[in-house]
Write a protein that binds this ligand. Sequence first.
Ligand SMILES: *[C@@H]1O[C@H](CO)[C@@H](O)[C@H](O)[C@H]1NC(C)=O
Ligand SMILES: *[C@@H]1O[C@H](CO)[C@@H](O)[C@H](O)[C@H]1NC(C)=O
Ligand SMILES: *[C@@H]1O[C@H](CO)[C@@H](O)[C@H](O)[C@H]1NC(C)=O
Ligand SMILES: *[C@@H]1O[C@H](CO)[C@@H](O)[C@H](O)[C@H]1NC(C)=O
Length: 310
Amino acid sequence: MKVSLLFSLSLLTTALAIPFHALELEPRGNPAKVSGAPDPVPTLNPVGKSHSSVLVHPWIPASAIKNSSRSPCPLLNTLANHGYLDRSGRRLKKSDFETGLVQGINLELTFAAALTDNAFFKLADNYGFNPEDPRANLDLEQLNVPNETEHDQSMTRKDVIQGDTLHQQPKMIAQVLGDSTPPSYPYLNTSSFGRTRLRRANESLAIGSRPLRPEEVASCNGEAALVVILLGETRRRNSESDDWLVKKERAGMWFSDERFPWGWKRSSVPITLGMMNEFAGRIVFWQNYWKGLDCGLGSGKGETLPLGKC
Ligand SMILES: *[C@@H]1O[C@H](CO)[C@@H](O)[C@H](O)[C@H]1NC(C)=O
Ligand SMILES: *[C@@H]1O[C@H](CO)[C@@H](O)[C@H](O)[C@H]1NC(C)=O
Ligand SMILES: *[C@@H]1O[C@H](CO)[C@@H](O)[C@H](O)[C@H]1NC(C)=O
Ligand SMILES: *[C@@H]1O[C@H](CO)[C@@H](O)[C@H](O)[C@H]1NC(C)=O
């Protein structure tokens, strides 16, 4: 998600066993097996099958909602497009964001509240509200404030010096989908998102954007981690974050249409900051790997990495 949060490094813990969180397979069959690719079919039964998020909350694109407002954050827009946030995307209070995040993706309440408080606190001066006032509210587009709740080096949005930081860019989405090695590999994972992060940092600095603040770097890594957590599938219980695979067709739907892909189910366990840091740590590891950095971090699976150390 694009809303900034200072992911507390102190909350990095030793490797978490990632609770199994599988997703119902879409009915259209599996992507063609590419040589060298693992078997694409997660073989365990999905957990939490009774919760049919997408049926109860159908996707209606923002363009079909009169005068709707959308943000630079694919997650929040997806929640609005599925009605977990008011489909107008307007006059959303803190309690609306918290409820939407919890009900829509099973984000842990304390995590949802921290993200929400952070955004309202940052934007209080911009819009002249008291962030403690439960009546304070935002339209989604009002989150598009560079240096506050919007940052450069985003995966699918341009930098502020390029102009439009609000809308997803089809060309940038295609680049994210091409960051696997080889580009034809049918999945994204922590490794490909490490490449995405490296590429976006390089591109951003090359056009003259300022380096990100540590807090913004943490947001970038957290956003990439969340895509793997939300859309990823894994074949093993307690799989480590590197083993989670995101089908590119699902990632494409998410980024382009800002919708939960076919057959998507929310996680049956609350998504915590610790879980996000675990995945983000691996994305940082792979970013350094692809950069050719020897950070002395080893390549063992599942270790927790000190974000930003090298
Ligand atoms: C859209 O909503 C905004 C905020 O509520 C309002 O100021 C504006 O007048 C509305 N525009 C139209 C065309 O309804
Ligand atoms: C954003 O922050 C950077 C440094 O953190 C500063 O140089 C720049 O002026 C800020 N831009 C705006 C529009 O506030
Ligand atoms: C992650 O994706 C890359 C391709 O980008 C692939 O080579 C690698 O095997 C994948 N990792 C796992 C653990 O499946
Ligand atoms: C990014 O820049 C680093 C060094 O400046 C370089 O080693 C690396 O290949 C670049 N990566 C990409 C994906 O452009």
